[in-house]
Design a protein around this ligand. Structure first.
Ligand SMILES: C[S@@+](CC[C@H](N)C(=O)[O-])C[C@H]1O[C@@H](n2cnc3c(N)ncnc32)[C@H](O)[C@@H]1O
Length: 258
């Protein structure tokens, strides 16, 4: 039987105040845990549904997800570590790219008079949402959103910085080599690639597909990228803590394309 917390004193009668308080705390914790577990399983079922849509339709699945609001990855705010790096002045200036930018929060966060940022997404709905969300930003003129397929896009100018978050883990693992080659082609010599590597765990299937630091190394090191920093992302949001690392990679001066 579940009893309302406020009714407990009369029900307990002569029970000591102390044991009543302990019981009340336990009940509250129970309620809190139940709510937490319910929201966790609700989130997990949205992730499962989104994975299913993408697996069933590799080409149009992303659009369907955006149309149906099936975007469980969306933080609804800039990625905290990006806000931190911007505040510390610890990002290269010049031209920046966010492939698979989704709602575009990071694009807007990184944009400045010193840094022009392009957000790229294959979904028309994602790009439309990103444009709407950013339409009254005082940073207008310092960013743009393009509906393009990352793998076939050929821009006229290269980038000083590329930021990848949940894009590498969104694409099929068989596409990872092509992902690396495209990163190499899009970056200026000595340009920087920042990867937030998530989810680092052992789950099966996807998207998101599990990742490890060596998955990135396997693709990037043979192309001449050098890891300048690999560490745990202490700014990860609580549900991702311990399963997310940041990697900062420099493209070698020797490999030039475009
Ligand atoms: C998991 S979401 C991540 C969105 C965003 N980075 C974030 O963290 O909120 C992956 C995004 O990549 C986009 N996407 C998938 N394949 C793509 C491709 N080939 N080219 C460009 N964008 C793509 C999807 O439409 C989706 O918005």
């Amino acid at each position: 039987m579940i009893v309302g917390i406020r009714k407990l004193p009369s029900i307990l009668g002569a029970a000591s105040l102390q044991s009543h308080r302990r019981l009340r705390t336990k009940l509250r914790m129970g309620q809190h845990n139940a709510e937490h577990n319910a929201s966790k399983s609700n989130h997990q079922s949205r992730v499962d549904k989104f994975s299913e849509v993408i697996r069933d339709d590799h080409t149009g699945g992303w659009e369907t997800c955006w149309e149906q609001g099936l975007t469980p990855w969306d933080l609804g705010q800039p990625t905290p570590v990006i806000s931190h790096l911007c505040a510390m002045g610890d990002l290269p200036n010049g031209r920046a790219l966010v492939p698979g930018c989704g709602s575009g929060y990071d694009v807007l966060q990184m944009a400045s008079s010193e840094r022009y940022v392009i957000g790229l997404d294959i979904s028309h709905n994602a790009i439309q949402k990103a444009r709407e969300l950013s339409s009254s930003s005082p940073k207008i003129g310092y960013f743009s959103f393009l509906k393009e397929d990352f793998f076939s896009w050929r821009p006229k100018e290269l980038f000083d910085l590329i930021f990848d978050y949940t894009f590498f883990s969104a694409i099929e693992p068989a596409m990872r080599v092509a992902w690396g080659q495209q990163m190499q082609m899009l970056l200026k010599p000595n340009g920087e690639l920042i990867t937030l590597m998530f989810p680092i765990d052992d789950h099966i299937g996807g998207p998101p597909y599990k990742v490890s630091v060596s998955d990135y190394e396997d693709v990037l090191l043979p192309l001449g990228f050098k890891a300048v920093l690999i560490k745990d992302n202490e700014h990860a949001i609580p549900p991702r803590k311990g399963r997310e690392m940041i990697g900062r990679w420099k493209r070698s001066l020797a490999h030039a394309s475009l």
